[in-house]
Write a protein of this length. Structure first.
Length: 438
């Protein structure tokens, strides 16, 4: 059935790559039952087969992709994908707007909400996520399940898997990439720095390599971060400010994304808009972030730690509600110019709330929404990458994207608490109950 590969080697590769729901590996015998579905390799022009890659939907769907190598050493797709699932990636990619968007990190907080918004307006949307266990994966799986219910297919895979990306971009004729996959968190970088370079730098480059080999090349909107402003003292932060003094490895990788994107615009004509997000919060939020972790501790009557700067100064953050972030991100997808040497653009925008507040005020909003007083403990800010203040100048985004931050913190927190109470009573898992942010 396959040229240049034995049945045993195929079955072995299949069993290693085929993963069932919740990460359970299938046996070689079970995996080999899918072999009759696989296509024959093309004839004499094929020098060798490269891999039989099996992927799955986050919700349990199974399928396969087969690649081979031609005589010119170009990687080409010569197999097909078949989903054993009620929702297929082909159905998910159907568009009424002409846009087909690949959302990387679609089971993440921002990725989930953006995928929902794009699908709602008629875009074709396909997701990919590797379900990194940096924070509890149960909430990521729940997001993916919610996406499936709205007709959005999520591949479980890593953006470092280049052949996998090649297949998705070409098979589903992706017109836009919303690159949100990344290792998140500032303080965790002191514990596992390699995860940041692997995902945020290497993974980003693999994605751009796959994109530049498409014809036509997709347009790209990617997540940078307010963290790139690092140790800057001038506020509010503006896009034209120098960002040469990052305070964390996470910030350095996001600065690297901006520099790498510029290189790919200059050499290949890929078109980019980078978005510097400022402290996003809201329903389905990350459990490592302050709004989520503080809420959990307040309800459990545990003390919360509030960091202070020199002389007892308060930390300030430009908390931005998720709906405002989504609106700005969708506007960027609509604005980004076509890729091509004569048409490509490369620019960045701040997406923030422009009204920074103290972390103590965040706690007061939580107390009011929850109806319970917090046990506050003020401690010196640890030397793990946090900064004293973030403040966004959003005038460029207002002018060029039509961006508006319309949600005050107290309003957004009430919406978050309403979601939190529902999720933690109906959709909660043990890993959420025991999770302690780094």
């Amino acid at each position: 059935m396959f040229q240049s590969m034995s049945a045993r080697s195929i079955r072995t590769h299949v069993s290693r790559r085929l993963i069932a729901r919740q990460g359970t590996r299938l046996s070689s015998r079970t995996a080999s039952s899918f072999l009759p579905q696989m296509p024959k390799l093309p004839g004499p022009d094929v020098k060798k087969s490269c891999a039989t890659v099996l992927a799955l939907a986050a919700t349990g769907g199974v399928g396969f992709v087969l690649w081979c190598e031609d005589k010119k050493s170009n990687i080409v797709r010569c197999g097909s994908w078949r989903e054993i699932e009620s929702l297929t990636a082909a159905e998910s990619s159907k568009s009424t707007t002409g846009k087909v968007v690949l959302v990387t990190g679609s089971a993440g907080f921002v990725g989930y909400h953006c995928a929902m918004a794009l699908k709602k307006r008629g875009d074709g949307v396909i997701g990919i996520d590797n379900y990194c266990a940096y924070y509890p994966t149960s909430i990521k799986r729940a997001r993916a399940e919610s996406l499936m219910q709205e007709g959005i297919y999520t591949f479980e895979g890593d953006i470092n898997e280049r052949h996998f990306l090649d297949h998705i971009l070409k098979e589903y004729k992706v017109t836009h990439i919303l690159a949100l996959a990344a290792q998140a968190g500032v303080r965790y970088a002191t514990k596992d720095p390699a995860s940041y370079t692997a995902s945020n730098v290497s993974g980003f480059v693999q994605l751009l390599e796959a994109a530049r080999h498409c014809d036509p090349m997709p347009r790209i909107v990617y997540a940078s971060s307010s963290s790139v402003y690092g140790l800057n003292t001038k506020v509010p932060f503006a896009e034209e400010d120098k960002v040469d003094h990052p305070a964390s490895l996470y910030a350095a990788t996001k600065k690297a994304n901006e520099m790498i994107s510029h290189t790919y615009t200059h050499i290949y004509g890929l078109s980019f808009i980078g978005l510097r997000f400022f402290t996003v919060y809201g329903p389905w939020g990350r459990p490592d972030m302050a709004a989520f972790s503080f809420t959990k501790n307040i309800l459990q009557e545990k003390p919360i730690k509030i960091f202070q700067g020199p002389g007892g100064s308060e930390l300030e953050r430009d908390f931005t509600y998720i709906d405002d972030i989504v609106a700005g991100t969708v506007a960027a997808l609509d604005k980004v110019a076509p890729s091509g040497k004569s048409t490509a653009e490369n620019t960045v925008y701040n997406l923030g709330n422009k009204d920074p507040v103290t972390v103590t005020y965040l706690v007061e909003c939580l107390e009011k929404a929850i109806g319970k007083e917090a046990k506050r403990t003020y401690v010196p800010m640890p030397p793990t990458g946090d900064v004293l203040k973030t403040s966004a100048d959003i005038s460029k985004a207002e002018r060029e994207l039509g961006y508006r931050a319309t949600t005050p913190l107290d309003v957004g927190i009430h919406k978050f608490i309403a979601w939190y109470n529902d999720y933690m009573t109906t959709g909660n898992s043990k890993d959420m109950e025991t999770y302690i942010p780094y």
